[in-house]
Design a protein around this ligand. Structure first.
Ligand SMILES: [Zn+2]
Ligand SMILES: [Zn+2]
Length: 381
């Protein structure tokens, strides 16, 4: 036992009452069994600390002590400090410490029956045209809705909750626990009202006293143009209705867009590949392409090479509410014929002779042309 109370609390002899209080709180925290667990002398030390604080926090006792008497010594005239309560100042302090340690649970009032409903998450798979132009879809969502029988009051019609007598409507019951720190008041939810502070004797039969019922609800979803796989839409107030008539949560919808057989999306743009016979690529042509907007004409210039791109402005993916759209980029795939008759072979040979191409030179094309750049982009490189 350490009888130098100033040393025990780690304060100077002229420490202010505030300093003494602070130091005491700090030691309580440090020596708390949950913290100091491993330290075998914590129990002894906390007793010393309590004794020291009992003396130094009381101006009269502190004065006696400063004059050389120990107010806690047997026969000192004062009841020794014990764990038996009655030390109002300590109790307050313990409450403060305990409250801090439990995140303020001890200060909480009754729990509301009316709380916000949970958010819901659904998924929706779209075809590419739906993502390009936007769409509306009906989703059937399993959820909670407000109980119409009790209007969310949780009580059978004509009845109302009564105040819980066990906790007096506070929702919490407290009890005093003895510990090394002295008497500690702990609070916990009232077992008779589950912390609500009120008791419903006649719960609504429709919702079993929860204020809401489980059902499937049809929700009309407006999908804006331009959504893609990974887009999450939020529809406010279409989540689960809250218990006890509480506000509804939100409905979130994860979008997935299915691959399209003809069109590939890259941001706001769409890409497709158009197969063009070699002769048409050489002579030039106007071809009709079936785009997502219907048939459109694509002009092929004479001498069009494999991989050239024809851009159709404004036929790409819609950009939300702005009304603007990306482009459709048509990649030309020139089809090289295999001559299927002597006549075709002769014609091609004649053409080659006319163009001096009977013995073509080996010429490497420069790497990184339009097509390879695009392929890299689509491959995510
Ligand atoms: Zn009800
Ligand atoms: Zn209660």
């Amino acid at each position: 036992m350490n009888n130098d109370y100033y040393e025990t609390l780690g304060v100077a002899r002229n420490a202010s009452p505030e300093d003494i209080k602070k130091s005491y709180r700090r030691l309580c925290r440090e020596l708390h069994p949950d913290v100091a667990g491993a330290s075998p002398d914590a129990e002894e030390r906390i007793k010393d600390v309590n004794r020291a604080y009992q003396v130094l926090s009381d101006p009269d006792k502190r004065q006696q002590y400063d004059l050389g008497a120990d107010p806690l010594a047997p026969g000192g005239g004062e009841a020794p400090f014990g764990f038996s309560g009655g030390a109002g100042g300590f109790q307050d302090l313990f409450d403060t410490l305990f409250t801090a340690a439990t995140g303020g649970a001890a200060m909480r009032g009754p729990a509301p029956r009316r709380t916000r409903g949970r958010d819901l998450l659904e998924s929706l798979t779209l075809d590419l045209p739906e993502a390009v132009f936007g769409t509306s879809r009906d989703l059937t969502v399993p959820t909670f809705a407000h109980c119409e029988t009790c209007q969310g009051t949780c009580c059978a019609p004509g009845t109302s909750p009564r105040r819980c007598q066990t906790c007096g409507g506070r929702g919490m019951v407290s009890r005093v626990v003895r510990s090394l720190l002295g008497d500690m008041r702990t609070s916990s939810p009232c077992p008779d009202c589950q912390g609500f502070g009120s008791v419903i004797d006649s719960p609504c039969p429709e919702c079993a006293g929860t204020g809401r019922v489980r059902l499937r609800v049809k929700v009309a979803v407006d999908v804006p143009a331009g959504v893609g796989t990974g887009t999450r839409l939020r529809i406010q107030g279409h989540g689960e209705a809250g218990p006890g008539g509480g506000p509804a949560g939100d409905l979130y919808i994860d979008i997935r867009v299915k691959a399209h057989p003809d069109f590939v999306r890259d941001g706001d743009d769409l890409h497709c590949t158009l197969q063009v016979p070699m002769t048409a690529a050489a002579l030039g042509a106007t071809l009709t392409v079936n785009t997502l907007d219907g048939e459109r004409e694509v002009s092929i210039n004479p001498g069009t090479a494999y991989g050239e791109v024809v851009t159709l402005d404004g036929l790409g993916v819609g950009r939300g509410m702005s009304g603007t759209r990306g482009d459709l980029r048509v990649h030309i795939e020139v089809q090289t014929p295999t001559p299927s008759s002597d006549e075709e072979r002769d014609l091609l040979r004649t053409l080659a002779a006319m163009r001096g191409e009977e013995h073509p030179e080996a010429k490497l094309a420069h790497a990184g042309g339009v097509f390879s750049r695009l392929k890299d982009k689509l491959a995510g490189r």
